[in-house]
Design a protein around this ligand. Structure first.
Ligand SMILES: [Zn+2]
Length: 309
């Protein structure tokens, strides 16, 4: 059985964001604490005992405290059930949590060579001793099976694939440490339990749904998909930023080319938005946008939600 825990559902900054006074962040701080959400990450397991993280958000420490599945085994002085971390991009909200895993427990980081080059070029990540925390490159369209801490197979097959997106924000205008090749900045993942053949897709960032992507996702039992903004100019309209969703490499939920319309009619069993920005009105339980998303079969998860496949 494949177990999936939503450690966090929010985009960069979380809900509420430290410096944001927008209505949703204000409500999350005051009368609606249930709106609070940490930055996007999943934990997955095929055996219920050994787990892998999909991205390591800056909120990782808080997320691990809140997830009993990821606590050390009782009676062990030093232990973690986390055998590895799979990174899908090099953004702060996907990699900064690695710095909270620096206490000498062995695990493996799986990432595209481009993201590994980013880690290598930032000396702060040297705090993760490579003799203890291995760094293993993954490649587009090459399935791999992450290993458990003792080197045995995990029973999980992961297929990374290229998704329309963009490079990390902090590298804008700079030469990428891995060179200027565009590939590998944003990965989607197909995650399969080898014993049961159950699988799901993870796409926390996606700028555009192409025909190729539609045929890939058709009939999938479960898809986690980029839910950053409701509409493309949402941050501009709210006076929060001069960036569009597209400018940040994220498709909107709504609109003719938005995620809801693009993934309609593909026979996907369960559709879950992830990486939801605090400006997104679909976060509000009583909003028209929330009702529209739910009517179209989409779920907006609370942190800690567990799904079994
Ligand atoms: Zn806000």
């Amino acid at each position: 059985m494949l177990r999936v825990v939503v450690l966090g559902a929010a985009a960069g900054g979380g809900v509420p964001q430290w410096n944001c006074g927008c209505p949703i962040c204000q409500a999350a701080r005051t009368e609606q604490p249930e709106l609070q959400s940490t930055q996007a990450s999943l934990a997955i397991s095929a055996d219920g005992g050994n787990w892998f993280l999909i991205n390591a958000s800056p909120d990782l420490r808080q997320q691990l405290i809140a997830a009993p599945q990821l606590h050390p085994s009782p009676g062990k002085l030093r232990h973690s059930p986390i055998a590895g971390v799979i990174l899908t991009n090099g953004e702060i909200d996907a990699i900064a949590g690695l710095l909270s895993m620096r206490e000498g427990s062995p695990f493996t980081i799986y990432a595209h060579a481009k993201v590994l080059a980013t880690l290598k070029s930032n000396s702060i990540f040297n705090v993760l001793n490579e003799k203890i925390v291995r760094r293993q490159p993954i490649a587009i369209e090459q399935a791999f099976e992450p290993a458990l801490a003792d080197g045995s197979p995990s029973g999980i097959e992961i297929l990374p694939f290229e998704v329309s997106g963009k490079g990390a924000w902090y590298l804008e205008g700079e030469r990428h440490p891995a060179g200027q090749d565009d590939a590998g900045d944003t990965l989607g993942l197909r995650i399969r339990d080898k014993a049961t053949d159950k699988f799901f897709y993870f796409l926390a960032a996606c700028a555009r749904v192409t025909d190729d992507l539609k045929s890939r996702l058709r009939g999938a039992p479960l898809v986690f998909f980029d839910g950053t903004v409701w509409r493309d100019d949402e941050l501009i309209a709210a006076g929060l930023s001069n960036k569009t969703g597209q400018g940040m490499g994220h498709i909107a939920m709504s609109g003719e080319t938005g995620a809801i319309a693009a993934l309609e009619g593909l026979g996907i069993g369960r559709k879950v938005f992830l990486h939801i920005n605090n400006s997104n009105p679909a976060l509000l339980h009583d909003s028209e946008e929330r009702r529209t998303a739910e009517r179209a079969g989409w779920q907006i998860p609370a942190d800690g939600t567990e799904i079994m496949l």
